[in-house]
Design a protein around this ligand. Structure first.
Ligand SMILES: Cc1cc2nc3c(=O)[nH]c(=O)nc-3n(C[C@H](O)[C@H](O)[C@H](O)COP(=O)(O)OP(=O)(O)OC[C@H]3O[C@@H](n4cnc5c(N)ncnc54)[C@H](O)[C@@H]3O)c2cc1C
Length: 533
């Protein structure tokens, strides 16, 4: 623990495992370091519970680094009539913008209209969205003339354009938010360890009482005791559920229906603006976004059911075709395959309906919390935007089942995350600007005083950022740095590959034994469309 409570804490790996060995038992052990598990860790630790979180890969390596980056109520879910989910998400949107202003910001969306009925039709829906937001609204929905749409969305197809509707939502940096959660949990006393897999559950007398863990760097095995074990492993939750059921000789039915979503990133010149574009109805009845983000334009997404659960899913050829085809309906100069700088794929942990509806785009985005006969708590589904409310629900259910001691109140509603600073919104660069100091918030001073702050490696990444990632943000490999501490892999895979070697050298110097530069080069290649489809 550092002496100054506001200075960044070290995340030295040997110290993390020493703390694990020294801890007699935890009140709560959480498996999974994505949005869901990290949210539970922050909630539990800030209530004063002895909290452990383990992540088998890197924090946010799973779905939580692969979102469309929207902090939103979800206009699509409103169209589906899911008012409760939208209202909760709109409330959480405001909470997140307050608690992590360095990582989440309001964003104006423009929906262009090419038929006269579209303006009043979609405008009425978006006014309802405003009404649901109430005090949590970020700005009023308004109708735009054809000329205003053209100036808000340069390169929009003008033929047949009638006008448009502008409404407000938010956007964020998902992987950096995950890291801020891990560090916030740690600041409140939690032990959060990446590259540490839960390999088994420990049962006694039919109850789950702990976990076996494996340090993925050394292979060392540890056993920990915990009064409450939470399975927050995203699309992978059924694996721990199956282990639990097997130990109790009980049947188990999988609850996750994974669905993949693809994003293609192109140069900002395809829509040089701070506004996002919303396509309200694609050919397959979904919505499509073009979102300016960290200096590039993110196009997406898709919703394709798949059965397997790879950590690096590849897009299906037709998914990229779909994104490019839909973009071409709206952009006067549309991007082609060769314009794609990076494409990434995430697996949604959708909770299966009890019936057999195979269309994942219709499955609810709500979360579910289940407690098994052994007391294993499983949470999955939901959205990044609602991670805090999900965590509160998990903790409430744990208390209700007497899996946790006491009944401390939830504190996360107004709990600012590590890095949150007090700059005024107008003093912050928009999240559409290339990445730089913005995502560090109040940590920037420390980054600026870290050795190498003057040495730029390229693409806005400095030597000091890499050192900071290793010292204070749990980074172990080149991928950890270039995919999730700075987001270069997601923005431009070729530029990320170009930095692999210098980043590896700095990590070695920081005591990371295996930065895995070669593996990163192969990964970066696979983020380019030709190699993948
Ligand atoms: C394409 C797409 C776009 C999206 N866009 C948005 C958006 O714009 N806004 C929004 O609010 N939401 C969005 N979402 C939803 C959001 O990203 C997810 O709901 C959220 O990230 C899920 O987080 P999670 O923690 O449940 O899962 P994950 O992030 O996958 O985390 C689970 C973690 O568990 C770990 N794990 C698995 N097994 C073990 C084990 N045995 N031991 C230790 N760790 C283990 C995994 O490595 C993984 O890191 C999107 C989702 C997708 C797929």
């Amino acid at each position: 623990m550092s002496s100054n409570p506001s200075s960044p804490q070290p995340t030295e790996r040997a110290a993390l495992f020493a703390a694990l060995a020294a801890a007699p038992a935890f009140d709560i052990a959480i498996v999974g370091g994505g949005a869901t598990g990290l949210g539970v860790a922050v909630d539990a630790a800030s209530r004063g519970l002895r909290t452990l979180l383990v992540e088998s890969h890197d924090f946010a390596k799973g779905t939580s680094s692969r979102a469309t980056k929207l902090v939103h109520g979800g206009v699509r879910y409103l169209a589906q009539g899911n008012v409760g989910l939208v209202r909760e998400a709109l409330h959480e949107r405001t909470t997140l913008l307050h608690n992590a202003p360095h990582l989440a910001q309001p964003l104006a969306f423009v929906m262009p209209c090419y038929a006269l009925w579209e303006g009043p039709f979609y405008g009425a829906g978006l006014k309802a969205y405003d009404l649901l937001a109430g005090d949590a609204g970020l700005g009023s929905t308004r109708f735009l003339s054809r000329a205003s749409v053209q100036s808000a969305l340069p390169n929009i197809r003008s033929q047949g354009l009638k006008g448009g509707v502008l409404y407000w939502d938010g956007q964020f940096d998902d992987a950096r938010l995950a890291l801020a959660l891990a560090r916030t949990a740690a600041r409140h006393g939690a032990l959060a360890i990446n590259y540490c897999a839960a390999t088994g559950l420990v049962h006694e007398g039919g109850k789950v009482v702990g976990l076996t863990l494996e340090d993925r760097e050394t292979g060392a095995v540890h056993e920990v005791r915990a009064g409450c074990v939470v399975n927050a492993t995203g699309v992978w939750v059924d694996q721990l559920r199956a282990q639990d059921a097997q130990a109790l000789a009980r049947p188990v039915t999988p609850i996750v229906a994974p669905s993949q979503g693809v994003h293609a990133v192109v140069d900002r010149s395809f829509m040089p603006t701070d506004h996002a574009l919303l396509v309200p109805k694609t050919a397959d009845g979904r919505v499509l976004f073009a979102v300016p983000w960290l200096g590039k334009l993110v196009l997406g997404t898709t919703d394709t059911p798949r059965q397997d659960l790879p950590y690096e899913p590849r897009p299906f050829a037709e998914e990229l075709d779909f994104i490019l085809r839909e973009s071409a309906r709206y952009l006067a100069r549309p991007p082609t395959r060769s314009d794609i700088l990076s494409c990434w794929v995430g697996l949604r942990p959708l909770v299966k309906p009890s019936g057999d509806d195979a269309a994942t785009k219709k499955i609810s985005r709500e979360h579910t919390v289940q407690v098994s006969a052994s007391g294993l708590v499983t949470v999955t589904g939901g959205k990044w935007t609602t991670y805090r409310a999900m965590a509160e629900d998990v903790l409430q259910q744990c208390y209700a089942r007497q899996l946790l001691p006491g009944q401390a109140p939830c504190r996360t509603q107004r709990l600012r995350l590590v890095g949150a600073d007090d700059r005024l919104p107008q003093d912050r660069p928009p999240m559409s600007a290339p990445q730089g100091r913005q995502g560090y918030g109040s940590d920037w001073q420390t980054v600026a005083s870290t050795p190498g702050s003057e040495r730029m490696l390229g693409s806005g990444v400095s030597e000091a950022m890499v050192r900071f990632a290793a010292r204070h943000e749990y980074a172990r490999t080149v991928e950890d740095v270039l995919a999730r501490r700075v987001r270069l892999l997601f923005l431009d895979a070729r530029q990320a590959a170009a930095l692999a070697q210098p980043v590896a050298e700095i990590l070695l110097d920081e005591g990371c034994p295996a930065p895995e530069a070669e593996a990163f080069l192969a990964l970066a290649q696979s983020y380019l469309p030709d190699a993948r489809t």
